[in-house]
Design a protein around this ligand. Structure first.
Ligand SMILES: [Mg+2]
Length: 270
């Protein structure tokens, strides 16, 4: 079990994990956030949200400058104090947003697929889809390397669309509300492994990792960490990790209460 004085990265999902699924509150986690910060333990947000959305949340959470993983792993930023902290999204995963949108619209024109991406609609429409404010929806639209979309066609044609995307080195992942197109081989787990490698190269310490998440899109991230906290969630699809995973804890509580439960379980405070 890690202690507060070990080199430890805490990697966390937002919605349904650090943030309450319904109210977006993180107040129950505030004391633990303060404790981690006081011990210089990086808190790495790892979310489907965009860089613009995460930077706004980092300000509210007091995590300005901490590394983060955005757009389900398609975009990433290192510790702001490091040289070259800004990682270009295209540089990390292959295709940037403009290139990936161009492929999607070309396939749609050729095959008549019925889907609506964030790039097809206004911030007002994204606000209606998500329940975000229009201002927040604008941040959700500032995408770097993945596209969120609603599918309005058959399952068979979704499979055909996925196959055509795969030929372009792109892949579809299913999130809570939307499907996402991103570069093949990217994802939360790949981003976490890459980030950890940067930490090891940066200072040569033996960094340990503790991850917290509540959904199927967190599986690859939780499989990539030493200590996995599966927060009780509302997803119908269960979160299943590798049978070889060294250390898994499933919480009783939901959201930020579950987040606290997981840290209490794994981190020794003495
Ligand atoms: Mg979640």
């Amino acid at each position: 079990m890690p202690s507060l004085t070990d080199p430890l990265l805490v990697i966390t999902d937002l919605d349904g994990s650090l943030l309450d699924h319904h109210t977006y509150s993180w107040q129950p986690a505030a004391p633990w956030l303060a404790k981690l910060k006081a011990n210089d333990i990086p808190i790495v947000i790892c979310s489907s949200k965009t860089t613009a959305e995460i930077v706004t949340l980092q300000t509210q959470l007091g995590l300005v400058g901490a590394p983060f993983i955005a757009e389900n792993g398609a975009a990433l930023q290192l510790d702001a104090r490091w040289p070259n902290a800004q990682v270009s999204a295209g540089g990390f995963t292959g295709k940037d947003y403009t290139a990936l949108r161009a492929v999607m619209t070309r396939l749609r024109e050729a095959q008549g697929y019925k889907f609506f991406g964030f790039g097809d609609v206004t911030a007002n429409e994204v606000a209606e889809w998500t329940g975000l404010s229009v201002k927040e929806a604008q941040l959700a639209k500032t995408r770097q390397a993945s596209e969120a979309f609603i599918w309005r066609d058959t399952d068979d044609r979704l499979a055909a669309f996925a196959a055509e995307l795969a030929a372009e080195d792109l892949a579809i992942t299913e999130g809570g509300r939307f499907y996402h197109v991103m570069s093949r081989g990217s994802g939360k787990g790949a981003a976490v492994r890459w980030l950890l490698e940067q930490y090891r190269q940066h200072d040569g310490r033996r960094w340990q990792t503790l991850g917290l998440g509540d959904g199927p899109n967190d599986q690859s991230m939780l499989d990539a960490v030493n200590y996995a906290v599966i927060i009780r969630g509302y997803s119908k699809t269960p979160v299943v990790l590798s049978s070889a995973h060294p250390s898994i804890y499933r919480t009783q509580a939901y959201g930020p209460e579950g987040w606290v439960e997981g840290l209490n379980h794994f981190i020794t405070e003495a």
